[in-house]
Ligand binder design. Structure first.
Ligand code: HSE
Length: 406
């Protein structure tokens, strides 16, 4: 029997409880032992819960219970989750988490503490909700040098963009619905402004390249200013707008990472990923392209990933993994050297004049003319610095810019 304690009975915590109760038989068969919920920690009262005796407000009840060998941290946020995780690991209890903020911020240290104490720190649910991606990167694709990863990593923003594009909803209406469905973060600005996606691509990059990528240093743009006119330009270019996280290993040993709303070509499998679904496209030097797809947020999909980690621990006995990444200092490439195609919408009173000017600065730019008083264009592949210099030379008001992914 494996005794567990769940920290936090919110969307994910209640999902973990539900999945363990609902699938008890098959989970026991697959784990080779029963998963026994010993405690649930939450500051709120659950007097009407059918198993109200499981609830506690005191973390020490969990720490001192020798029957608890796995702590399931699904509280979200850094505090007090960081403190609780450290104390649990140092008490030789494995920890399973969906907390991407904590993994992205303190993952290095927590993995090291876990390894020193010969226990696990597992976080399958921290990226892509129910999509298996952490374990595949760690194990199934371990034979590969990973060259790049591009993903739609935030369910809330993908849901919002899909509703805006397909159902003409406003951003605030779509966000409200995403919150009701339990997709959004406590502070949805973390979703809208790309911070949640940055944490997730940082975790994937750290794992893929074996070195800590600091999410706080990644260049990030969110979807706050995306308009339906931007969507029209994207359509004209046979693209859809998606918030993408991207990382690539460079020949100089550095890692190029960004989060940005992108024009994604309809030829890319990422363009068809709608609603709360996420997808992660991994390029490995042996496997080629591998695409991982599924629900990126929500109660049961996230719980599915959390419980899979508990089962892995139940099956692994004393075997533990060494830390999956190390802090090797600043590994991020300077964002100004990042190479991509760029799209820009700029003010243009005299369109013919502006068209000539654009073509004189941006070689082979593709011009899109669908709105009065403005003009859009797509560049060839160029560095961010080259693009910004070109925009400065144009000396016009910029309405919006996007990266273009093929
Ligand atoms: N707010 C996150 C999202 C939850 O929308 O993707 C899952 O990590």
């Amino acid at each position: 029997m494996v005794g567990i304690a769940i920290l936090g009975y919110g969307v994910v915590g209640s999902g973990v409880y539900e999945v363990i109760r609902k699938n008890a038989k098959s989970i026991t068969r697959r784990a080779g032992t029963k998963i026994d919920i010993k405690h649930i920690l939450d500051i709120r009262d659950f007097e009407n819960h059918s198993e109200k005796n499981l609830f506690t407000k005191n973390f020490d009840d969990i720490l001192t219970d020798t029957d608890v060998s796995v702590v399931v941290e699904v509280m979200g946020g850094v505090n007090p989750a960081y403190e609780f995780t450290k104390r649990a690991l140092m008490a030789k209890k494995s920890v399973v988490t969906s907390n991407k903020e904590l993994v992205a911020t303190h993952g290095c240290e927590l993995l090291k503490i876990a390894s020193e104490n010969k226990v696990h720190y597992l976080f399958e649910a921290s990226v892509g909700g129910g999509i298996p991606i952490i374990r595949p990167l760690k194990l199934c694709l371990a034979a590969n040098e990973i060259t790049e990863i591009t993903g739609i990593l935030n369910g809330t923003t993908n849901y919002i963009l899909t509703k805006m594009i397909n159902n003409n909803k406003t951003m605030s209406d779509a966000l409200k619905r995403a919150q009701e469905k339990g997709y959004a973060e406590k502070d949805p600005a973390a979703d809208i402004d790309g911070i949640d996606a940055a944490r997730k691509i940082a975790i994937l990059a750290s794992l893929a390249f074996g070195k800590f990528v600091d999410s706080a240093k990644i260049p990030v743009a969110g979807i706050r200013n995306v308009t339906l006119t931007d969507v029209e330009y994207a359509k004209k270019l046979e693209c859809v707008i998606k918030l993408c996280g991207h990382c690539a290993a460079l020949e100089n040993g550095k890692v190029d990472v960004f989060v940005s709303p992108c024009f994604v070509s309809k030829e890319s499998p990422l363009s068809t990923v709608d609603g709360v679904f996420n997808a992660i496209l991994v390029k490995g030097n042996a496997v080629g392209d591998a695409l991982f797809y599924g629900k990126g947020a929500g109660k049961l999909p996230t719980a599915s990933a959390v419980v899979s980690d508990i089962i892995e621990i139940a099956k692994s006995g004393e075997n533990t993994f060494s830390p999956v990444w190390e802090d090797k200092g600043d590994v991020l490439e300077n964002p100004k050297n990042s190479v991509s195609k760029h799209f820009a919408r700029i003010k243009a009173e005299n369109k013919n004049e502006m068209r000539d000017k654009i073509l004189s600065i941006f070689d082979n730019a593709q011009i899109i003319d669908i709105e009065n008083g403005e003009i859009g264009f797509v560049t060839e592949n160029m560095t961010a610095e080259g693009f910004n210099d070109g925009i400065e030379k144009l000396n016009v008001e910029v309405i919006s810019t996007f990266l273009v992914l093929s």
